[in-house]
Design a binder for this molecule. Structure first.
Ligand SMILES: C[S@@+](CC[C@H](N)C(=O)[O-])C[C@H]1O[C@@H](n2cnc3c(N)ncnc32)[C@H](O)[C@@H]1O
Length: 273
């Protein structure tokens, strides 16, 4: 086997910032010297480390990541922690635009008593998420945003979490080649201003959220004000949370719960005096 120090030198020369860590991970993943050499070659050619290893570390879990599927980012752990802060035992939780299912897997690992569902439009992502969420058979759906979910969940979702694509189309070419060339375009492209998917989600979400339910989306610090405006425009009450350490921004919107008097009255009933 090539010593890890020689592998690290090659990876460093190819621009890998964490060359020593990567050399150690590749060395322990390869079963033969030939396999190790092939893995290092792929990394030097620019494939994401996680696609070569077949897994990413996320929220203390080892999440399987298939070729082409979005590699979960450490900053998204903040989305998980914000979602956990509003989760109650027994909550109906949806990981929308789930990719590998990393967010959902992290949520159920920390809050096993929630009822988790996940959806994505990309069949490769759905297949990957089904493996990462194999303890929740039949709960990972393929399709466009909320349309993929069983109609029975309409009005019943307590926590709707989405790391939907939010990169403006024009900014994709400035992303690192690992993302730009090896992650599906549908996982990155948020349209001209990055908010296209969020706009569609904001329009659909109120009908799916339970009264008092929460919708949490990852966004960027620069886009947060626009993301909040999109959700406010659709009758939700948004606030922003930011974590400097992870450079992570989450907009948390809630659907107002009816006041107790409103709840007592049948729909359309006259209040009178
Ligand atoms: C930024 S990735 C996030 C993946 C995962 N949530 C994570 O954080 O690792 C966005 C995901 O949204 C999915 N997606 C894009 N448009 C979608 C749509 N209209 N309906 C459902 N999923 C969509 C992509 O396939 C991709 O897996």
């Amino acid at each position: 086997m090539t010593p890890p120090s020689a592998i690290a030198a090659r990876l460093r020369a190819a621009g890998c910032v964490f060359a020593e860590d990567e050399a150690r991970l590749l060395s322990s993943a390869a079963r033969t010297p030939h396999e190790l050499a092939a893995m290092v070659d792929r990394r030097v050619r620019g494939l994401p480390l996680e696609h070569i290893l077949g897994w990413a570390e996320f929220y203390g879990l080892r999440v399987q990541v298939d070729p082409g599927v979005f590699v979960p980012r450490r900053r998204t752990e903040y989305l998980v922690s914000q979602a956990l802060a509003v989760c109650r035992p027994g909550a109906v939780v949806v990981d929308l635009c789930c990719g590998s299912g990393a967010v959902g897997a992290a949520l159920v690992s920390a809050a096993p008593q929630v009822a988790l569902y996940a959806t994505d439009i990309d069949p490769a992502a759905v297949a990957c998420a089904r493996r990462n969420l194999s303890a929740h058979p039949g709960r990972v759906f393929e399709g466009d945003l909320l349309d993929a979910l069983p109609a029975a969940l309409r009005g019943r979702i307590d926590v709707l979490v989405a790391n939907a694509p939010y990169v403006p189309t024009g900014a994709i070419e400035r992303m690192p080649p690992e993302a730009r060339l090896h992650e599906a375009r549908v996982a990155l492209d948020g349209g001209a201003d990055g908010l296209d998917v969020q706009r569609r989600l904001a329009a659909a979400a109120p009908a799916w959220l339970a009264p008092g339910g929460h919708l949490l989306v990852e966004t960027s610090r620069a886009q947060a004000g626009h993301t909040m405006a999109v959700f406010a425009h659709n009758g939700l009450t948004p606030r922003v949370a930011h974590c400097d350490g992870l450079d992570a921004t989450v907009v948390i919107s809630s659907r107002r719960a009816p006041r107790s008097r409103e709840r007592e009255l049948p729909q359309g009933a006259h209040r009178g005096r």
